[in-house]
Structure formats: C-alpha cells, structure tokens
Design a protein around this ligand. Structure first.
Ligand SMILES: [Zn+2]
Length: 408
C-alpha cells in the first residue's frame, strides 16, 4: 500500500506539471501541447511495463497488458486527462493513475491472468475544447460515426480529426468497442460532491449514473413603460418565469429520492430598470437515475410552463438542448467492489452519480462499475479541488483486487 501511494503521488504530480495555467488551476484541453505531454507521460509508463499501446479514431488511448488467452474480453479501467479551464488536479487524473498503478502491480508481481487488462485514457470527456462532453467514449462505443466526428469543430474552426493530426496522434485502432471486447469497465473518479465527506465515508460505489434533460424556455410578452402601464395591462414574461422557476424547485423536491433541477442561466430583455421585460429566456437542467421519475419531472415542468403562460396570455417556446439516459451499473460488479472494499476494513457507501462519466457510455455495452473517492468540501472543476492521497491509494487497492479476480 505504501509504495502504491508514493507512485500515485508522483504520477499525479507528473501529469499536472503539464498545465497551461500554472498558479490558476489546471487547464489541459484535449490535444493541446499540455494534454499531449500528460498523455505521453502515461504512455511512457505503460511502455515500461510492456503494455501494447493503441490509439482509436476518437483519440482514446489504450494500453493493453496481454493475458494468457488472447481474444478474450478485456478488463478495462481508466478515465480522462482533459480538464475544464482552471480546473482541479484530480478530476479524471485519479482514474488514470489508479489504473496505471494497478496494471504496474499486476505486471511487477507477475499476477497470472487469462484476460487482457486495459488502461484507458478517454479523450474530450469534459467537452471544454469541442463543446460536447463524453466525446471520446461516445465515438468509441459507436454512438458517433467518423463522419459525425469529422463535423465537430473547436472555437478556432479546427475539426476533431485535424486537431488529433496536428497533435501528432496516429490512429492505430480503427474499430469500435463491442460487447465482447470489455468485461467489465471500471473507473475510479472523484465524487465531485460532498455526500461521502458528510457521511465520513472513504469509498463510494456507484449503483447508477443519472440521466440528464436540459431545456431552454423562452417566454415572450410585451416590453412596456414601467410607470405608465397599469398592472392589469401588462404582459410581463419575467413574472411568469418567476412562477415557473419556483415550481421547478418544488417539482424536484417532491419528485423522487435523487431528482435535482437547476435553473442556472436566465436572460431578460431589454433588461432596463424602467422597462417591463419583453422576453425572458432561461435554462433548466433536470437529473435523476430513474427514467420514469426523470420524464415525469420534465413533463411537470412543461405543464407548469404552459399553465403559467396561458394564464398570463404569454407566448412560450421550449427547446430540448441535450439528453442523456440514466444508466444502472452492474449489481455483480458493485457487489464485488463492496467485498473488496470490506477486505480493506472499510465500509463503502452505495450511491448515485449526479455527474455523467465515460463509464456510462461503456456500460451501454458491457458490465461496468465505478469507485468514488471523497472531494473536500464537495468542490470540483476549480483550483480548490482536493482528494486525499490515502483515499486514492485505497481506491487503487480495491480496483487492483477486483481486476485480479475479474481477469483471472
Ligand atoms: Zn471527470
């Protein structure tokens, strides 16, 4: 356990030395020089243990430690190394370094295994360069074809394949992941919330990853003089928006055990102190791990919008921005991880992930499990993001024990 901890610390430091904004959090967009430096470090470490490294069309990097029976489904583990702008040192990184360390331990200790053990770095998980999260895993699992991938551009107009080419990434694996390729996918990740910390738990085991619905609601009324328009004559969309926003909070609280709903962006026109607004637009983000509960919360929000606008004679339009389906992770894998956690004399906490992860995409075609480690004060995607090294090393031990059993 000791030397795992030291090597993990060195790996985390080595990866985070590649950073475009030193002193202001970690900034490492996909295929940037910093990203290339960080992935090259991991590839070098994978080469040291004799792993076969390949790069797929979507820029995902896989280091394979072959087993004694080639052609069998691989035990896959890993996460991502891209970050949001001014993000933290641990998001994604802990999943890569624990996978790397587990693979090292298997090779060094000459642990016999039939099936291949894969260490994976997914590309563009955050969506901070190409505007779409989980891009690498979406493409690798066949949810985006090469044509769609080529049509995706960054702010500078550089397409995804051209960005890969400019970074010197050479594709060596033209296939997509199939159900027979992976059994199972395992990912260690920081919680990015404060549930574990509040409960004093060191390890969370993810049973489900929430589904997400994002809406844009636009309400049109009539901009008018704030002094000369009597209350009875107004068509004020902001008043309707206020009612709807309060209802959204209430719907989430009354909906299901883990429903969350957020209005995070609101714009009002013309936004003048002495003018009744003419148009209001706001976003809605709704999440739940249960598809029925999620859909019914969204239906309730739409109904409320309709009622509030009709009552006030206002026009409205609802656009659906993006959708992700809820994912239930494998019971067998969660049970196995629970056993391995207890073997470390630690009681795990079973939980739902409120954030999306690459593992959710792989889970659509193979068994999958996720191990969460606590985030201090629940902070993530910011320079203050922090997870104790001892907890990361513990997660690595659990991961290693599970992989050894699964690959045997
Ligand atoms: Zn992440």
């Amino acid at each position: 356990m000791r030397d795992h901890l030291d090597r993990i610390r060195l790996d985390i430091e080595a990866i985070n030395a590649f950073n475009a904004t030193p002193g202001y959090g970690i900034t490492r967009p996909s295929f940037s020089p910093e990203y290339q430096g960080a992935t090259a470090y991991v590839v070098k470490e994978l080469n040291k243990i004799g792993a076969e490294v390949s790069i797929c069309r979507a820029g995902n990097i896989r280091g394979r430690v072959p087993g004694s029976e080639p052609g069998t489904a691989a035990v896959m583990m890993g996460s991502h190394l891209d970050t949001v702008a001014h993000g933290g040192q641990f998001d994604g990184v802990v999943g890569v370094v624990t996978a790397l360390e587990a693979a090292r331990a298997i090779v060094e200790d000459q642990v016999p295994h039939r099936r291949p053990v894969d260490v994976v770095i997914f590309s563009e998980e955050e969506g901070s360069r190409f505007g779409r999260g989980l891009l690498g895993s979406s493409a690798w699992t066949g949810q985006l074809d090469p044509g769609q991938l080529a049509a995706i551009h960054d702010d500078q107009g550089i397409s995804f394949p051209v960005a890969m080419m400019k970074a010197g990434l050479e594709v060596s694996d033209f296939g997509i992941l199939k159900p027979d390729d992976v059994r199972p996918m395992l990912e260690v990740h920081i919680e990015q919330g404060a549930v574990l910390e509040k409960r004093g738990c060191r390890i969370g085991l993810v049973e489900a990853i929430v589904g997400i619905r994002q809406l844009n609601i636009k309400i049109d009324g009539a901009a008018d003089h704030a002094g000369t328009t009597p209350m009875a004559d107004r068509l004020d969309p902001l008043q309707a928006a206020a009612e709807i926003i309060l209802a959204i909070d209430k719907i989430a609280r009354q909906s299901g055990s883990n429903t969350v709903a957020t209005v995070g962006r609101i714009a009002c026109e013309p936004a003048q102190v002495n003018v009744i607004p003419g148009r209001v637009r706001f976003s809605v983000d709704v999440r739940d791990s249960n598809l029925k509960v999620l859909e019914s919360a969204v239906a309730g929000i739409i109904q409320h919008t309709e009622d509030a606008c009709t009552k006030k004679d206002l026009n409205f339009k609802i656009d659906r921005l993006s959708e992700a389906e809820p994912v239930t992770l494998s019971d067998n894998i969660v049970d196995l991880l629970e056993k391995k956690t207890r073997a470390q004399m630690v009681e795990p906490y079973r939980m739902v992930s409120g954030a999306g992860h690459d593992t959710a995409l792989v889970a659509a075609l193979a068994e999958a499990g996720m191990i969460f480690v606590p985030s201090r004060d629940g902070l993530s995607h910011c320079p203050q993001e922090y997870t104790r090294l001892e907890d990361i090393a513990l997660a690595c031990d659990i991961l290693l024990a599970a992989v050894v059993e699964l690959a045997a």
